[in-house]
Every structure is written in C-alpha cells, then in structure tokens.
Design a protein around this ligand. Structure first.
Ligand code: COA
Length: 315
C-alpha cells in the first residue's frame, strides 16, 4: 500500500502559554523549556466529528479519489462525546461513503496501529483504497487545574488515504501493560444492580516514567523497522515523531545520531494531539513541499497502554 493523500484540521481557538499562566501556577518559560510547546489549538465550539469529516474530505481531494472508491475506513480516537456509535460510522455518513468502518483506540500510537491494520487488509487482497482518520480532543481529558497535564495537549484531526503500492517497508508494533502510568476513568450510568464504587478521574500521568518509556520504545521501534528493511538511520530522509515533548524528540534524535533538519516538528504551536499528531505533521510537511518522491520516511509514536509503533515507508 501507499499513502496517496493527506488532510488535517485544527480547531480555531489558540491557547498560548501566557493565557495558561493567567489561571495556572505556570509560566511560558517552564512550559517551553520542559516541553517545547508555545501554544496549542483547543476545541471551543467545534465538534470533533465535523473536524474529522473535514480532514477526511481534504485527504480524499488530495488523493483525487471519491468516497465511493473507499473499501474501508479506520478511525483512531481515544475520547469523543459519543460512546456509541463509533466515530468511523459518523465520518462514513459525513463523507457519504458506504464501505465498512472500524474504530481503534491505541492512544497516541493510533495512526501506526491503523496503518498496520490496513496493511493486513492489503496483504489479504481485500481492499484497494483505505481511509484512516485520527481525530482527537485530548484537551477534554485532564483536569484544567492540574498544571502537570493540561499544558501538554492540543486537539485536531489528521487523515490519510491509502492506495495500492509497495511503499511500506516495515511496520513494528509493541504493547506492554503499564496501566498506572497514564490513565483516565469515567463513571458509567448507574443501574439498580451496580454495587461497586465508580468514579470520574481526569487524566493521570507519571510524566518522567512516560518520558523514559517513550524515548526507549521509539528508538527500539525505529531501529527494528530499519533492520527489517535493511536500512541504516542515515538512509532515512525524514523522521516524523509523535509530537509529545521536544525533549523526547531531541533524545531520540541524539541516540539515532541524526541532524535536526531530518526531524520536522509542530509541537511548538500544536502541543500533543494524541494519535492525530503524526498524520497532521505528515500533512503539514507534504503541503510545505518537504517530501520528494522516493524519500524514506520513518514515523514513530507511543502512548498510554503502553503501546508504541514505528513505520518505515517510501514517499
Ligand atoms: N508549570 C510549572 N511547574 C510545573 C508544571 C507546569 N506546567 N508542571 C509541573 N511542574 C513542576 C512540578 O510540580 C515539579 O515541581 P516540584 O519539583 O516542586 O515538585 C517540577 O515542575 C518538576 O516536575 P517534573 O514532573 O519532574 O518535570 P519534568 O521535567 O519531568 O517534566 C513533563 C514534566 C510532563 C513535561 C515530562 O515528564 C514529560 O513530558 N513526560 C512525558 C509526557 C508525555 O509525553 N505524555 C503523553 C504521552 S503520549
């Protein structure tokens, strides 16, 4: 398979570090030095599903195919207002497609897991065109009085259309259960029979442990894909890493011994947009004319679970 189109959409509201420091005990200096984030786009009056549909339509237009040509839709999402139906069905209706669709929740690594799922369908000969949409509103997960978490996130939707091709060189995934490092719970509707305690807990994170996991997992995943494709880190033209923290990106870059120019970033004005982060970055780089045909791209993401994955592909 091959990526033949991309699209992305961001909410219009921009929240700067200075705005945060008006109601939180924080500063632009702290957030910038520790995370690299200067501002983020957060949902105000937008609906996530509308942003997802818009991103999907942009990716279809870029690919030059119509919704009727789609054989499968995969939506990656952690939270949205609907518990059911699945977001992919809402996107399907919004773009007027009629193919089967599925939602996955693989946290911030969702785009890589979606590519892996799509690849299985290509290998089974079941699909010609697949739409992946990552739509996330992580700004709705933390407690906005908790300076350790709420400053990190931004919302957005990123989409990619896949077509037939031989451009995926390797995909590697991994999961290792660590459910007390990054988690959130919500209370379900009461029933006359439930006797257990349930509570609403906003996003909880052991930042330093997540940081260490991220650096280790990303480097390992990227190296495994390179090994499988018989490539070296120098062969890669662009490293598109999950935009979670500039210091995580820099650590991976240092251990891969690669120049800064190979690591485009948008964390400065997007923050961490969960699984949307990779396809949004991909779309922005494409639109900026950063990729040449034949360029080798390494993409890697990690998130709650823990889960992580990397993909090596040719543009
Ligand atoms: N503003 C000011 N001070 C803050 C702050 C903020 N927004 N957030 C935390 N602090 C304080 C802490 O309370 C702590 O103060 P103390 O020493 O008085 O207790 C101090 O800064 C250091 O906190 P610490 O958590 O050790 O900082 P850190 O260097 O590890 O950076 C993260 C925190 C969250 C930025 C960093 O750990 C990180 O990015 N982890 C990975 C998170 C991630 O990527 N999550 C998503 C995965 S998909």
């Amino acid at each position: 398979m091959k990526i033949i189109g991309t699209g992305s959409v961001l909410p219009k509201k921009i929240v700067t570090n200075e705005m945060l420091s008006q109601f939180l005990d924080t500063s632009d200096e702290w957030i910038t030095t520790r995370t690299g984030v200067k501002s983020r786009h957060v949902i105000s009056d937008e609906k996530l599903e509308d942003m997802a549909i818009d991103a999907a339509q942009k990716a279809l237009a870029d690919a030059g195919i119509s919704e009727a040509d789609l054989d499968y839709i995969i939506c990656s999402n952690v939270v949205n207002e609907y518990i059911t139906p699945q977001l992919s069905c809402i996107i399907q209706g919004g773009i007027g497609a009629s193919c089967p669709c599925i939602d996955i929740n693989c946290a911030c690594a969702g785009f890589i897991f979606a590519l892996d799922l799509a690849e299985s369908h290509y290998k089974a000969g079941k699909v010609k065109n697949v739409l992946i949409v990552c739509a996330e509103e992580p700004s709705r997960m933390p407690d906005w009085a908790d300076r350790r978490t709420c400053v990190l996130f931004g919302d957005g939707a990123g989409a990619a259309v896949l077509g037939p091709g031989d451009n995926i060189k390797s995909i590697k995934l991994s999961s290792s259960s660590a459910t007390d490092r990054l988690w959130q719970m919500r209370r379900l509707q009461p029933t006359p029979f439930v006797t257990k305690e349930e509570e609403d807990v906003p996003l909880q994170m052991k930042g330093q442990e997540v940081f260490k996991f991220a650096v280790k997992a990303a480097e390992k995943d990227v190296r495994r894909t390179l090994e499988e494709a018989d490539c070296t880190p120098d062969d890669v033209d662009h490293y598109l890493l999950h935009q979670a923290n500039i210091r995580i990106i820099d650590s991976i870059r240092h251990s891969m011994e690669q120049p800064k120019e190979k690591f485009p970033t948008n964390i400065e004005d997007h923050g961490n947009s969960s699984s949307s982060s990779c396809p949004i970055l991909l779309d922005e780089c494409r639109k900026a004319g950063r990729f040449q045909s034949g360029d080798l791209i390494s993409m890697s993401a990690f998130g709650a679970g823990f889960v992580s994955g990397a993909v090596l592909f040719e543009w």
